[in-house]
Design a protein around this ligand. Structure first.
Ligand SMILES: Nc1ncnc2c1ncn2[C@@H]1O[C@H](COP(=O)(O)OP(=O)(O)OP(=O)(O)O)[C@@H](O)[C@H]1O
Length: 270
């Protein structure tokens, strides 16, 4: 069942058409990866999907209801967004920053209740941020700030979570942890990702944007092809099934007319 959908979205900024005729749908409980090169329109699409912007044309629906008729608070009770540039919670502790996630569920100025504390504790625990709860936000590393932002969104207890490159500041261990966590959650997840291998491994379905349009959408096996990677990213790559994970694994061979990485001569047995 479709939870969050974009239908025929068009959006322009500065007189330039950024998104054009975009259809995407996230089904209940799945992880939908949004891929595409720099400037393809991923962030713009996610902000429209989260109701932070109104499209020029087309509609976004949340549980079948047009987003633009829903009050902000009603949206925030059901949908959380983790944006790429973390908001600066300069004077807050980690715990206070995560508590902001409870705002849509509380009356103004009401003290935190047991259910709020339980949601905050759970979110800190899931993101590995419990040991940092009394730390000041401004003393955190980029990765710790990113995990705190995720904890804030989880404390919101939404049905849908929209994330803009949630792993870009994380070391590989936390990248794997966060993506595994997103899979485990009983939530619908829409996430922009740059790493094609991680996207193939952790997403149920992918939508690839190119120049503000959907270039391909569907199962990772069907979407991540050599032709797609060449056409959309301008990179030659081979896509194989990993013998370790059974998922598509991408090896980049090179980008024409750009500096090439090192390629180690393969031993004769390979
Ligand atoms: N407010 C704006 N005014 C003018 N141009 C904008 C605005 N917002 C986005 N753009 C342009 O729209 C295009 C898509 O931007 P967007 O941030 O959605 O891409 P993206 O796929 O998220 O890119 P990246 O991978 O680099 O984060 C870019 O060319 C960007 O410069």
């Amino acid at each position: 069942m479709t939870v969050l959908a974009a239908n025929g979205l068009a959006w322009s900024a500065g007189g330039v058409r950024i998104l054009d005729g975009v259809d995407v749908a996230a089904h209940r409980g799945e992880v939908l990866g949004v891929l595409g090169p720099n400037g393809a329109g991923k962030t713009s699409l996610l902000r429209l999907l989260a109701g932070l912007r109104r499209p020029d044309r087309g509609t976004v629906t949340l549980d079948g209801q047009p987003m633009h008729v829903l009050p902000r608070r009603a949206i925030a009770q059901r949908l959380a967004i983790v944006e790429q540039a973390p908001e600066a919670h300069t004077d807050l502790t980690v715990s206070d920053a995560v508590a902001l996630g409870r705002t849509p569920h509380r009356r103004r100025f009401a003290p935190l209740r047991a259910a709020d504390h339980a949601a905050i504790d759970r979110a800190l625990d899931l993101t590995g941020m419990s040991p940092y709860r009394t730390r000041s936000w401004r003393t955190l590393s980029g990765g710790e700030q990113q995990r705190t932002q995720l904890a804030r969104a989880l404390a919101q207890e939404p049905a849908v979570i929209v994330l803009d490159e949630p792993t870009n500041h994380l070391d590989i261990r936390y990248q794997l942890d966060v993506l595994a966590l997103l899979r485990r959650l009983e939530m619908t997840v829409v996430t922009a990702l740059h790493d094609l291998n991680l996207a193939a491994r952790f997403c149920d379905r992918l939508a690839v944007l190119d120049g503000g349009r959907v270039a391909a959408a569907g199962d990772p096996d069907a979407v991540l092809t050599r032709a797609l990677i060449r056409d959309v990213y301008g990179v030659d790559a081979v896509v194989e099934t990993s013998p370790h994970t059974g998922m598509p694994a991408v090896t980049y061979l090179g980008a024409p007319a750009r500096a090439e990485g090192r390629v180690r001569p393969l031993p004769p047995s390979v």
